[in-house]
Design a binder for this molecule. Sequence first.
Ligand code: AMP
Ligand code: ZN
Length: 528
Amino acid sequence: MTLRIYNTLTRTKEDFKPLDPKNVRMYVCGPTVYDFAHIGNARPVIVFDVLYRLLRHLYGVDHVKYVRNITDVDDKINARALERFPGVPLNEAIRKVTETTANQFFADAKALGCLEPDVQPRATEHIAGMVDMISVLINKGNAYVAATNDGGEVLFDVGSMPDYGKLSGRKLEDQQAGARVAVEAHKKNPADFVLWKLSSAEEPGWDSPWGRGRPGWHIECSVMSKASFGEVFDIHGGGLDLIFPHHENEIAQSRCAHGTKVMANYWMHNGFLQVEGQKMSKSLGNFVTISELLDIWPGDVLRAVMLQTHYRVPIDWTEAKCREANTELHNWASVLEGYWSLQTGNPIEIEELIEVLSDDLNSPEAFTVLRKYFYAATSEGHAKTLRFTKACRTLGFSKLGEPGLFDMGVSGSNVGQEALHKVAEIAQGLRATAANVSISSALSRYGDVLSKFEDDGFRVKIAEGGFVKVVGSDFEHTHKVERLVANRLEARAAKDWKESDRIRDELSAMGITIKDNKDGTTTWEVKR
Ligand code: AMP
Ligand code: ZN
């Protein structure tokens, strides 16, 4: 099977030919860790996870290396640290901000069903490499030191690179027109960008031949990709907004420092995400974090919504889409129950799925194939269900073995509609927290609400996977329980153990335990 991918560098779909099929290398720009990641940030995380899985399928799990960095040096991080931890020494405050944010990001990615990349380097671990690369660039005449009002900078000299701008298709002359030259008087060319910036005594910094300072953003990725992969590698990915200036400048730095024709052979960019038809922004109040959505929806639902739009097309994120995806996964999970934990090794063919994914990661088509596999599983049984299981796993779904998870309703016994409605409001949050984090977190987060329900005579139970069940004490269904108990006694008298067990299970599902007494009577109670 030939993998074809759209290469931003050539603006065409090309056959993918790795430099070394035994060592396929993919680098994706990761988050700047100063705040919760939003649902837009989840797009590259999910899209490149699917590509990683596909590459592993095509080249073997041991022959693919995926690197996604953590940008933990940035002026936005410094600003956030000062704001959130006033009075704490800056370096310590920065560590607090970056540690908690990075950990939150890892937890989000895991709940979205994403495999961990092979390496997740942090910029702060690579400062020495950055100083080295900047020195090489200065020695080769591609960078220069410039004095500024607030200290000084080392700048990349874009004029020193004849084909600067190839990735984004921007010509240097176009960029000069309209540039605010007066403000940038220390630059040889307005497009020159910062490699190293001197820090004031209060700002974080590292020693360097040009004085104590901090790196620019672009140099980080040139150095981290080189450290993991060497000078040239296969795929470099990220969101559309990174084409210019970030990726353009990464290419300039790496190619000039190493004297190579390319930095990476294939450049892939995901399109943008907007929310309910509008650009996501804090001021519009429609800024949604991954973590907030994971409080409502299982990670698999978010993954399904993301992948039903092709990665290069803009996506409009809506609640309606989440609801639809949830319903579909609910149906799928009902078929996959009992199969999810089974081995689905090599002999099971998922050729059609691999074929559509190999066409520039056509994930919407992958859903068409999955639906076909689903219908075959419902009508043709075992072998087709195994195939469907393998296909769902290949796309990265992780919780389809838990049917209760996608059940939007609340099941209840001995409770009236009103109580169910009351609980339904919190059930969604309980369910998602239980599934995405853990049952104990769900209980601790909703502990107060739950104990209030208990005071009203209800108990809310969460099963594995987050299925929410309410048991009440107003016994409006008592007669149903009594009838089932009587039916069971009749079945036992007729030695119909199968039916007797079935009724016991039905009662158990209603939250009722029964006890067969020595004198032949059966008593029952609401489970505690
Ligand atoms: P940042 O932390 O802003 O550097 O972004 C991390 C990644 O998320 C980058 O690959 C961005 O291109 C991507 N990204 C940010 N916002 C969006 C969005 N609204 N839609 C899609 N991708 C985005
Ligand atoms: Zn980058």
